[in-house]
Design a protein around this ligand. Structure first.
Ligand code: TYM
Length: 358
């Protein structure tokens, strides 16, 4: 039976309302998201996540993390992980995620993430984690290393989001299930111990939330694809990008038309072109009406290279300045740490843990 405890510290039921009462003003909506520093990022990560993060910077209070603890769920080379963490931070900033406009930090720098995971683990059932699509997929692709962390991945992700009272979580479509379990855990905790967590909503863009492989458009574009021609890396040169698009799998028809069911390859390229150029799908179809696939694919490649080239160059420039990145990490950890600690101590109180004297 679920035990419902009273709210002994006399706070209002809605954590959002508590903040509004304290500050006297409505709080801007808060966003949280993260990417794993597990190697080169793909165009899919950029279009599905980072590009949207940048567009939301001015409208929301944004907290963006590098989910380094999550990467440990599959085997990592420690030196590569360190390098990838700096490289991802440089890529965020080069993509327009200005650390002056948001909180940008490394997940492992804020210990509350691991601590809240422990508490949430005590209200999570193995069955609901075993049912997760990503757990099933990764258990197959990493059959020699099906560890507890792999199964517990969504609980750590829920901790990331709930610690900051995020209202919205901008992600690609593949993460929807993880946001759903985050919501379930927040509702379960609130029901058992009184309102503590804001129940977040996924924020999934209408277009570009699932960029497909260039070689097999029935599969998601993924950095772990063994065939490098299947994905565009954010580190690929202009020539490589254009070559990969020219080789992209389409169909035996000749018309550039959006039809996910019958023309998944062409539809994927149209989506990429439309998101990258800001033109609608209809405008893109009209632009390539009567043109050959070769011309269309080259145009998509060039449009993507025009966006990726300056980001890659800026990333490499930022990456040379480790002291700057360390400073960004330090400031981010301080701000994130303060927010996370407040939530964690509220959680500890609610579950009945005796608080240590300051
Ligand atoms: P990761 O690193 O696997 O993916 C990062 C983001 O990229 C999106 N994405 C895509 N979008 C469109 N098309 C694709 N082909 C594509 N491939 C990846 C993902 O949906 C994701 O938004 N578990 C998270 C990291 C994380 C997180 C969090 C996210 C850890 N804690 C808290 C949000 C909130 C992940 O999959 O990362």
């Amino acid at each position: 039976m679920t035990e419902i405890l009273s709210n002994k510290d006399g706070e209002a039921e809605n954590p959002n309302a508590v903040e509004q009462m304290k500050t006297g003003q409505a709080r801007r909506k808060r966003l949280f998201s993260a990417v794993q520093p597990s190697g080169t990022l793909t165009l899919g990560n950029y279009i599905g996540a980072i590009r949207n993060w940048r567009m939301l910077l001015d409208e929301y209070d944004c907290i963006y993390a590098l989910a380094d603890l999550h990467t440990l769920t599959v085997r990592q080379n420690p030196a590569d992980l360190r390098r990838n963490t700096y490289a991802l931070a440089a890529l965020y900033i080069a993509s327009g995620i200005d650390p002056e406009k948001c909180v940008l930090f490394v997940q492992s720098h804020v210990s509350a993430h691991a601590e809240l995971s422990w508490i949430l683990n005590t209200i999570t059932y193995p069955g609901e984690l075993q049912r997760m699509t990503q757990f099933k997929d990764k258990s197959r692709s990493h059959a020699d290393n099906v560890n507890m962390g792999l199964m517990d991945y969504p609980v750590l992700m829920a901790s990331d989001i709930l610690l900051y009272g995020a209202d919205l979580v901008p992600v690609g479509a593949d993460q929807k299930q993880h946001i759903e379990i985050t919501r379930d855990l927040a509702i379960r905790f609130n029901g058992r111990y009184s309102d503590t967590f804001i129940v977040p909503e996924p924020y999934i863009a209408k277009s570009g939330a699932k960029i497909m492989s260039l070689q097999d458009p029935s599969k998601k574009m993924s950095k772990s694809d063994p065939n490098p021609a299947a994905f565009i890396s954010m580190d690929d040169s202009r020539d490589t990008i254009i070559k990969k698009f020219r080789r992209a799998v389409t169909d035996s028809d000749t018309t550039v038309r959006y039809d996910e069911e019958h023309k998944p390859g062409v539809s994927n390229l149209l989506t990429i072109y439309s998101v990258i150029t800001g033109k609608s799908i209809g405008e893109a179809e009209a632009e390539f009406c009567g043109k050959m696939y070769g011309e269309f694919k080259t145009a998509v490649g060039e449009a993507v290279a025009d966006v990726v080239d300056p980001i890659r160059e800026e990333k490499n420039r930022i990456l040379k300045d480790k002291a700057y990145l360390d400073n960004v990490f330090k400031n981010g950890a301080e701000s994130a740490g303060r927010m996370a600690k407040r939530t964690l101590s509220k959680v500890y109180k609610r579950v009945g843990l005796v608080q240590a004297m300051p």
